[in-house]
Design a protein. Structure first.
Length: 83
């Protein structure tokens, strides 16, 4: 969903478990899963206050390689499964 939101120029708050390669524009923020709900809600409020024009297309999204990101996610899942 992060990619779909970014394509629509919506702000994205993602867990620090999401690969950085998925977050490709300035409307994204990563927060630790260890942060409490207040931290996440404050960040959401800040993002809503600073919404930008959604009528522009982010050229960086055209460089996104879903197969590469799938490999990264698969490796993360394999590594976490071994723990």
């Amino acid at each position: 969903m992060a990619l779909e939101a970014q394509i629509s120029n919506l702000p994205v708050i993602a867990s620090d478990k999401i690969p950085m390669g998925v977050l490709v524009n300035n409307n994204t923020k990563q927060l630790s899963t260890k942060n409490g709900i207040i931290s996440w809600s404050e960040e959401l409020e800040n993002m809503v206050k600073n919404l930008t024009d959604r009528n522009t297309f982010n050229e960086k999204l055209t460089e996104f390689d879903s197969k590469k990101q799938a490999r990264i996610i698969l490796n993360l899942l394999i590594c976490s499964d071994r723990r």
